[in-house]
Design a binder for this molecule. Structure first.
Ligand code: SF4
Length: 684
């Protein structure tokens, strides 16, 4: 019932929610965002989901923090920027002097621009002198990047969203696009209605699973044996692209030998899927091409997350579904700029452009005018370990509520409580700041600054300032540059505008050299785009892989997670997102979208609810081996008996009290998708 204010001005920018990267026009009046309307653009074709379209009210929420603050005697005290940055600089210099640079960690943000993430990792490496820099890609698609980089040479989506309409078959594995990437979900639905075949691997009967030609409701944690069995079927039934394998694949004999133990009959019972359905899925994927695979966190957030993606790549290599329109392996990135955050170098192991230290270290050192740090660098999860045992003393977290969102809340709290200095930079006083913060630096939102984002299909797109930041809040890039100066290192951080930062990025990242602001003003472009005449590269690996002519198939043995059900914890819980809300709820709960879904829910199969004597809507308590949480119950046919699903958006419900410390064994993404629990009526 709020009065609607007419927009006085419209500004083209990129949605700040998910990694689809829809283009929109944001309307403003009197310094406030008052409306959003969709743009006609190749990504979203005149559509937005209800997050992009209506979820802008957070920007002017009453609890935006508009002044820097320092916590004194347990109370936040507003201070000026000079005092706040002086305090941070002195504390960081003291910690570095006493414990060395590797006692400090920096976290970039998917909420921040490419330019800001570039500066965050440059700050860590140049000003602090440590490779302890990471971002939230660690907990979602770093397994995808690792698998794709290892096997194909480029750690990003192989194809673009326009290929959804080119695919004869669409394989969705561990993703629920109609809820989590709604504009892409709608494009997939339309493609299926026009005749594309749909193959869904997901424990739940999602909207797209219900439409699928084949739905494999895999038991959580069993992607690897299931995908191995599909590959074994391709080999056993000769459903191979022999020309592609001969020209571009190595390791076929080894894989064929290895997969003898992974016939559909052998794995079917463990995976909870009929052997005949595994064969049907394999036949569909291999024979009705081109087949495009899109996958999500249901693949990556497991003990074998990276290896699950490698198994998907095996299928694409065996069937020749790579390097052409309508095919490929495509991680659906969750957040607006999570692809960009890691790609800009907020990753302990790589420099900007995912370049290795061996290949590019000297070039970066020469450009930055300083030797690069020699430590291996801690990732986010390793930083938590190091904090707990006293090796890490200070952490700077930008746009990232790590306390709320990391798995195993008790373990995260124990780590954060040990730190001498926690610097939180955000729009709101998030839970990390409230409980563990020492300094709060108020940041501008994506609607209040210029820069670029990189979406899930490798497009670089402009964001533009729609309104000024409130009060003293500043864009992240300005805060980083001012802190560098406060620490005595202004050189290399004296940028007047984001474009100058971007030009430095282009100078150091050969595959992005052609992505000038002048071109991005006219169009969005896919990297690699090595010069300003280059049209960009929507489809990777056309005639060769990034670093070689051939790719090698991977033999991945199945390793069950330690997180297994038993008599005390007999049910398997999967956590994930719901359409209306976004991640920690920071943005989506500060607006009228919250009315559409006021609470997270626990989804349970009717049979389990009947067995436990539970009713629709009643409050239930979940217990895991790590903690407990209370949620309202939603009895849902989408769930299989013995399995549960809970969304995780409401900060006060703290779903990560339940999740474990199991991590992807290669790159440490937490296993959010598998927790053994029991459920009972809540009595409090
Ligand atoms: Fe924004 Fe994603 Fe929705 Fe598009 S699909 S409007 S990018 S949240």
């Amino acid at each position: 019932d709020k009065p609607v204010t007419a927009a006085q001005q419209w500004t083209r920018t990129t949605c700040g929610y998910c990694g689809v990267g829809c283009q929109m026009d944001a309307g403003s009046a009197d310094g406030r965002v008052v409306a959003v309307r969709p743009a006609q653009h190749p990504v979203n074709r005149g559509h937005l989901c209800l997050k992009g379209r209506y979820g802008f009210e957070f920007n002017h929420a009453a609890d935006r923090v508009t002044q820097p603050m320092i916590k004194q005697h347990g109370e936040w005290q507003p201070v000026g920027w000079d005092e706040a940055l002086g305090f941070v600089a002195n504390r960081l210099l003291a910690i570095r002097g006493q414990h060395g640079p590797d006692a400090i960690g920096v976290l970039g943000s998917a909420r921040a621009s490419n330019e800001e993430n570039y500066l965050a990792q440059k700050f860590a490496r140049v000003v602090v002198g440590s490779n302890n820099v990471d971002c939230c890609a660690r907990v979602c698609h770093t397994p995808s990047a690792k698998a794709l980089k290892t096997m194909l040479g480029t750690g990003a989506a192989t194809n673009h969203f326009d290929d959804i309409e080119q695919a004869a078959t669409i394989l969705l594995c561990g993703c629920n696009p109609t809820e989590n990437h709604p504009v892409v979900g709608a494009r997939i639905k339309q493609a299926a209605r026009r005749g594309a075949r749909l193959l869904v691997i997901d424990p739940r009967r999602t909207e797209l699973a219900a439409m699928a030609d084949v739905h494999l409701p895999v038991r959580p944690g069993h992607n690897v044996p299931l995908l191995n069995a599909m590959a074994a079927t391709l080999i056993a039934e000769g459903l191979l692209n022999h020309d592609f394998i001969a020209a571009r694949v190595t390791g076929y004999a080894e894989l064929a030998d290895f997969l003898r133990d992974y016939t559909p009959e052998r794995v079917a019972a463990g995976c909870g899927v009929a052997a005949a359905d595994i064969r049907a899925a394999a036949r569909l994927y291999a024979t009705q091409g081109p087949a495009m695979c899109l996958h999500g966190l249901g693949v990556t957030e497991h003990l074998q997350g990276t290896e699950g993606v490698m198994c998907l790549i095996n299928l694409a290599l065996l069937s020749g579904n790579l390097g052409k329109p309508g095919s490929g392996i495509n991680p659906l990135r969750g957040q607006n700029n999570v692809q960009g955050a890691a790609h800009m170098g907020c990753d302990p192991a790589t420099l900007t452009g995912a370049q290795s230290f061996a290949d590019a270290g000297e070039r970066f050192a020469a450009h930055w005018g300083t030797p690069l740090p020699q430590n291996r660098g801690l990732d986010l999860l390793q930083m938590m370990d190091a904090a707990r045992d006293g090796r890490l003393k200070a952490l700077w977290a930008m746009g990232y509520d790590i306390y709320l969102t990391l798995a195993n809340e008790a373990a995260t709290a124990a780590s954060l409580a040990q730190l001498e200095l926690v610097i939180v930079q955000d729009l709101f006083l998030n839970e990390t700041a409230r409980r563990f913060g020492h300094v709060f630096l108020p940041a501008a939102s994506f609607l209040e600054k210029d820069g670029t984002f990189m979406n899930a299909d490798r497009r670089v797109q402009r964001i533009r300032q729609v309104v000024p930041p409130p009060g003293d809040a500043l864009p992240d890039w300005q805060i980083i540059c001012r802190l560098a100066a406060a620490m005595g290192q202004p050189a290399g951080f004296d940028f007047a505008e984001p474009q100058a930062v971007w030009d430095e990025i282009r100078a150091l990242w050969p595959a992005g050299a052609g992505l000038s602001y002048a071109r991005l003003a006219q169009e969005s472009l896919h990297w690699p785009c090595p010069d300003e005449q280059h049209p960009g590269t929507p489809v990777l690996h056309g005639t060769r892989f990034a670093s070689s002519q051939t790719a090698t198939l991977a033999c991945i043995p199945f390793l069950p997670s330690s997180e297994q059900p038993d008599d005390d914890y007999p049910l398997l819980l999967v956590t994930g997102r719901a359409l209306v809300h976004f991640n920690a709820g920071t943005m989506s709960y500060r607006g009228r979208n919250a009315l559409l879904r006021p609470s997270d829910t626990l989804d349970m199969a009717p049979a389990d609810a009947a067995r436990l004597g539970l009713q629709q809507g009643e409050r239930v308590r979940l217990h895991s081996r790590y903690g407990s949480a209370v949620l309202p119950l939603n009895i849902s046919d989408a769930q299989q008996a013995g399995q549960l699903f809970a969304s995780f958006h409401r900060p006060d419900l703290l779903l990560n009290r339940l999740t474990s410390s199991v991590r992807d064994r290669l790159v440490h993404a937490p296993e959010y998708k598998l927790t053994a629990v029991r459920v009972e009526k809540a009595t409090d």
